[in-house]
Design a binder for this molecule. Sequence first.
Ligand code: DX5
Ligand code: ZN
Length: 219
Amino acid sequence: MKKVEVSPSILSANFLNLEKDIKDVYFGGAKYLHFDVMDGHFVPNISFGSIILKQISKEHLLINDVHLMISDPNKYLDDFIKSGADIITFHYEAFNNDEEIFALIRRIKENNVKAGLSIKPATPIENIAKFLKELDLVLVMSVEPGFGGQKFMFNSVEKIKKLDTIKKEGNYHYLIEVDGGINNETSKLCIEAGVDILVAGSYIYNKENKKEAIESLIR
Ligand code: DX5
Ligand code: ZN
């Protein structure tokens, strides 16, 4: 049975008590920490930049899982690499030619950072098939990116299943991550479909007991 991991999104954390909110999810069993970076252009919301990652990336033992919901990932890549990103995931929809996507994946990996590619709900798996052999992670958005606390979009389950089948048939190594509207019910659908990492923001951070919240996603 595959071990499914949890990546709490700090988008929903209490920034007045970020240190405690990170410690609580670490001791609650999370393996990753998800940084939802938004530029107010690629998505209609602004969250935070690499300065937050820089301050905390070395202060905890979680894997720094950076999700760039920005229009120009190339421009800010060095900042996030220098600030301690372990995984950098950018959006397929931020580009309009394949070569630029291949180049950015290479650039991330050349800096010894894991490369992830994310697709919005309306983007079919077929659009990213050519990149899969190069990727360390594929992030399936199960909400329209931009805000935490939205409702899970059930067509994401089929995408996870497809990615899992392609991965097995092609003997690829990418991890499958899902992000948006993940709770103790939707998480089970994604686990059955073959997901490796569950991103959850509001479901975890709206709960007093983070350990129970994290365990309820997997159990
Ligand atoms: C959307 C963000 C959210 C966040 C998780 O752009 O990426 O999906 O990570 O939010 P919740 O878990 O609250 O839906
Ligand atoms: Zn995210």
